[in-house]
Design a protein around this ligand. Structure first.
Ligand code: RIB
Length: 292
């Protein structure tokens, strides 16, 4: 089973400060780093580090060649990652002293992904493959329709959650991967989105898989010292799907994904914080303890 990830690629400008800036406030950051990111990019990296076969579908600008190269170094197929004239998408990320963040994204090239390019990519997919998408690129609706016509399983991480989510053909989604806020948004939409299978991450309260016709499966969170929660959800999503692709049962997949996300929050940055499979194996073998 391959994963076709229609996903954003961003240059993250990460500002470390004591507390997140509120309306009308000005705050001095004490550290700035420019790092690879984008929910789609992070999820492709997580899938690849977890051992899955991944095709990244999307768009970057001429300033994003290093990001495409990083995907390729991880074994991600970038044949359908176009280079367009717009600059690569970017994110402004504030991280406070407790590791919590606020993020502003600017789509740029991520908004220039065309339906034709998505259809051309999915024409190479096999029935039973997975289409994964987030809400940071254009052509999501077209991708869902094309994937469904071709017998793919549609997995949607509706992040960032905004009113445009309700305009998508959500009845085509087989599985939502959401955090608590996104789950509330889905339930408020009602209809097929509220009734569909979903995996919900609840931070320190663990995660839960809910599907019609069976009892929910719940896994507690691992306790770690968080320094930056950015991309914890992306790490979780990639590791969860990779574990299912490798034949894990629901509880094992949730546990592995939780372990990977727990390691990620102990590190700074988005994509650079995603652990590799051996680190996750060691963490799980140690019962959720990090090496000193
Ligand atoms: O989920 C974290 C990501 O959200 C960041 O890497 C940023 O680019 C935004 O897309």
């Amino acid at each position: 089973m391959d994963v076709w990830n229609l996903g954003s690629v961003n240059i993250d400008r990460v500002y470390s400060l004591d507390h997140l800036v509120a309306r009308g406030e000005t705050e001095s950051a004490y550290h700035l780093e420019e790092l690879p990111g984008g929910k789609g990019f992070n999820q492709s990296i997580a899938l690849a580090r977890a051992g899955a076969r991944v095709h990244h579908v999307g768009a970057i600008g001429p300033d994003g060649a290093h990001l495409a190269a990083m995907l390729r170094r991880h074994g991600v197929d970038t044949a359908h990652l176009a280079t367009v004239s717009e600059p690569t998408g970017h994110a402004i990320i504030m991280v406070d002293g407790d590791g919590y963040n606020s993020i502003v994204v600017f789509a740029a090239a991520n908004g220039a992904v065309g339906p034709e390019a998505v259809r051309a990519a999915l024409a190479l997919a096999a029935p039973g493959d997975v289409l994964l998408c987030q809400n940071e690129t254009s052509a999501v609706a077209e991708a869902m329709r094309e994937a469904k016509n071709r017998g793919l399983r549609v997995v949607f991480n509706p992040s960032p959650f905004d009113p445009s989510v309700g305009e998508l053909p959500l009845e085509l989604v087989d599985l939502f991967v959401v955090n608590e806020n996104e789950e509330a948004g889905l339930l408020a939409l009602g209809g097929p989105a509220a009734a569909a299978a979903r995996v919900v991450t609840r931070g320190e309260d663990g995660c839960e898989s809910v599907a019609p016709g069976r009892e929910p499966v719940r896994v507690p969170a691992f306790r770690v010292n968080a320094v930056d929660t950015t991309a914890a959800g992306d790490t979780f999503t990639g590791y969860y799907l990779a574990a299912l692709a490798a034949g894990a049962d629901e509880e094992a997949a949730l546990r592995r994904a939780s372990a990977a996300a727990a390691i990620a929050v102990t590190r700074r940055g988005a994509a650079p914080s995603v652990p590799d499979a051996r680190e996750v194996d060691a963490f799980l073998a140690a019962g959720g303890a990090l090496r000193p």
